[in-house]
Design a protein around this ligand. Sequence first.
Ligand code: FES
Length: 577
Amino acid sequence: MTTHPRKTPETLRSKRWFGASDLRSFGHRSRALQMGFAHEEFMGKPVIGIINTWSEINPCHTHLRDRADAVKRAVWAAGGFPVEIPVMSVSEQYQKPTTMLYRNFLAMETEESIRSHPLDGAVLLGGCDKSTPALIMGACSAGLPFIYVPAGPMLRGNWAGKVLGSGADVWKYWAEKEAGNITDDQWKDMESGIARSHGTCMVMGTAATMMSHAEVLGLTLPGASAIPAADAAHPRMAAAAGKRIVEMVWEDLTPDRILTRKSFENALTVHMAVAGSTNAIIHLIAMAGRAGVSLTPDDFDAFSRKVPVIANLRPSGEFLMEDFFYAGGLPALLKQLESKLHTDAMTVTGKPISETIALATVYDDNVIRPLDNAVTTANGLAVLKGNIAPDGCVIKPSAAEPRLLKHSGPALVFEDYDAMMKAVNDEALDVTPDHIMVLKNCGPVGGPGMPEWGMMPIPKKLLKQGVRDMLRISDARMSGTSYGACVLHVAPEAYIRGPLAAVQTGDVISVDVEARSISVALTDAEIAARLAAWTPPDRDYPRGWGKMSAAHIRQADKGCDFDYLEGTAKIPEPEIH
Ligand code: FES
């Protein structure tokens, strides 16, 4: 076996900035001295960029300033030189129209921040939904050794003696409020109990799914992804990452030595086992693309057929991320999945994932179940295709009412979100439980940014009849904390004249999840004729980021990366003049 050459102080990338004896290096050194550092504190040492998505407008990342300090402390102790670099926070709760519009912004910012500065390695601090894929996409493209410090989930929610889960219980109790079963005072009381600490949403939503993916891909320290943000183990994990990144720089442990087809297949296995967020399909395809690995929605479908849901976590199961941590966290899940994993896949520890598994213990096998005791017989994910969605669309069968997984009914079509919201509140709406709600023009271009509008609210009229799920189809995404029979990510999207645009109210749509099919009872000629006569709605992005995104974003089945950011083409090191 060949040994990878180690870095030395002479071959550090940062030496080009600090170690030369020319005019520019004089400037670089003098400006480090200006910041109060002595020569011996930065010369000949690995410079570690702490890429921090902390922001006062992101409650999921409130603690990341402190975590950056923990990382710094350890980098200093390990003989490195830490520098904190702030980047966009992509705050899921507050940033509109959708943080998805800014995932590629953060990916670009991360890549360029790493490449343009005198860094030898990076520690990435994030966790709220899009921040994980964005940071990893950018750092992959930059190509330096990096390690991911996931923000970790917040504590369990608590209200009136009940355990509350982020998002999922908001949707659930909102439906009860709309049905008249919860008072305004009770609803207000719930506000103070649902988010009890800093950290990310604490169900297996998008944030927890993506942090789990980061860990199984080998990009975090073992066990990092499920540590509750408020647990003292969390800053200890951040410090351990600071120590490890310095070693990784000397070992030259770059992401291309970690991220392979095998590691992404491990992520697909974990995705199905946790019934992960549908959003992760888009993100994982984009992350794989940056690592030179080709993933498609069909890969997800293939893995969904062979990996059962064994993590008993909401929204598909019973428990929350805090319970998952106490049950052993991701290493324990990997232990249960061992027979289905590529255990030789490399991690940031410099050792294969088999070593993580060897040290893991399952403390509660109701939360993290063995393969022969699945949480549900339904798949964690299914990719459907047909004349509405030639390039595919997705549904999470484990989070839907089983009766809707094979269903035909008349379409109830909305051309945009506002029209849909107005209609669902109209108690005179002509709708039955058999109707299939269709929402158009919410895709990557039409949204813009593919907002999480796919879990359309059940019409008020049906809520009062006790209906809590119905079939819904859109080119939007839905929150990873959402549930229901929602068919999402229809590709190509309506706005660019995908066939979804041709569907009209009253058309009969058929969905058969077992057969992986979705179709509208129209001929190809009828669809073509309707599309020819169809005009997309106006989208008012005359300039700026929205305009740039619309011009370059790929469709959902391709990961929504920008066409000019995809791939692994090598960008030269910056000239230092
Ligand atoms: Fe940040 Fe859910 S809002 S993870």
